[in-house]
Write a protein that binds this ligand. Structure first.
Ligand SMILES: Cc1cc2nc3c(=O)[nH]c(=O)nc-3n(C[C@H](O)[C@H](O)[C@H](O)COP(=O)(O)OP(=O)(O)OC[C@H]3O[C@@H](n4cnc5c(N)ncnc54)[C@H](O)[C@@H]3O)c2cc1C
Length: 322
């Protein structure tokens, strides 16, 4: 229930304002967000690459309210693609269609995605469309089909195992040779569309992962769930799938020790690295994923009374406090 409330709060402007004004939240944000500017993001990306990790860089933002804002977001991605290529970083980019205006101008959004896909293909940089809530699932899958049909070969798509429709989408995109990022799903979705119990979501994830290990093009397993990671490694070994042909993905700031252990064991690992000023919805979903974070988050938004809530210790990127 608390998780659902928090996920709804991810779309609240009032809560976003409160969070931005809280110094405590600001310090915790640094655990999940690489900074505000492209240069901040690239600096962290360079450091992680030196540790043997690949990246997919995300300019945080979603649900823009004007075509102008969608164009501005696309400009940041254009610069990012050029910078990644110029620095030869082992990095792709991740884009949310609603950040490019999907909700307000479908055709305009499709044009921006086609343009970014062309540029990404020319630069040899992989571009993944993040998957947002169920209202845009079908449109997002179609956008991927569209840009693939137009010749942009290195565009992939995230799919969410909690949705009942996902096994079909996995097969639909696999038939086109699309590289799929498989995740559990981060939004509050109703029971007629999505599995609700964690054990059902994990079971669905493993079924999709097994299919992708057998049939998928460069499958990307985005999870911090150590049981799923162990099961995927085992399954890959049993069917003889080479470690170089699939990868694990994790979020910046989440389970960093597990991240390093995977790299040390010779597995491919890509870190999802967000930067930018519009971090509130992304950050709120991260908080909702970990029950221990919830109370702390809500208390840090409450007005101070008699004690300095902002005096909590500041976590750092290298040594998280939770
Ligand atoms: C690279 C990547 C890309 C993603 N892209 C999308 C996308 O496009 N669309 C989408 O809907 N979702 C996306 N997600 C989010 C995903 O759907 C899940 O919400 C999220 O990854 C948590 O699920 P889990 O598989 O890690 O398992 P969980 O069971 O949630 O987590 C396993 C363990 O990992 C740790 N953990 C997990 N999350 C956190 C956290 N935020 N803070 C601290 N510890 C944590 C905890 O110890 C937890 O017990 C992405 C996730 C990753 C890793």
């Amino acid at each position: 229930m608390l998780r659902w409330t928090l996920l709804r709060a991810a779309n609240s402007d009032r809560m976003a304002g409160l969070a931005r004004d809280s110094a405590t939240v600001g310090r915790v944000v640094a655990r999940y967000i690489a900074g505000e500017t492209i240069d901040d993001g690239l600096a962290v990306a360079t450091a992680l690459a030196a540790e043997g990790m690949d990246l997919t860089i995300d300019h945080v933002g979603e649900l823009v309210d004007s075509v102008e804002h969608a164009e501005l977001a696309a400009d940041v991605y254009r610069r990012l693609l050029a910078d990644v290529q110029a620095r030869s970083l082992p990095a792709g980019v991740s884009v949310k269609p609603t950040q490019l205006g999907l909700h307000i101008d479908h055709e305009g959004c499709a044009r921006l995605i086609e343009d970014l896909a062309e540029r990404a293909t020319a630069a040899g940089v992989h571009l993944t469309l993040d998957m947002e809530d169920h209202t845009v699932t079908e449109t997002t899958v179609r956008l991927v089909e569209q840009v693939r049909a137009a010749g942009a070969a290195n565009v992939g798509c995230a799919l969410q195992s909690y949705l009942h429709r996902t096994p079909e989408d996995v097969r639909r995109l696999t038939r086109l040779g699309v590289s799929i990022r498989l995740c559990k799903g981060a939004y509050a979705e109703p029971a007629h569309l999505a599995h609700q119990r964690p054990v059902e979501v994990a079971r669905a994830y493993l079924d999709d992962a097994r299919y992708l290990l057998r049939e998928g093009t460069e499958p990307r397993f985005a999870t911090h769930d150590h049981r799923l990671i162990a099961a995927i490694k085992r399954e890959a070994a049993v069917i003889g799938r080479d470690r170089g042909t699939y990868e694990f993905q994790m979020l910046y700031g989440v389970r960093p020790q597990m991240q390093r252990a995977l790299v040390a064991d010779g597995y491919r690992l890509r870190i999802y690295l967000p930067f930018g000023t519009q971090w509130y919805p992304y950050f709120t979903r991260r908080i909702a994923e970990r029950p221990a974070n919830l109370l702390f988050f809500l208390r840090s938004l409450a007005p101070r009374r008699g004690r300095d809530r902002d005096a909590l210790p500041a976590p750092t990127a290298s040594k998280p406090s939770w």
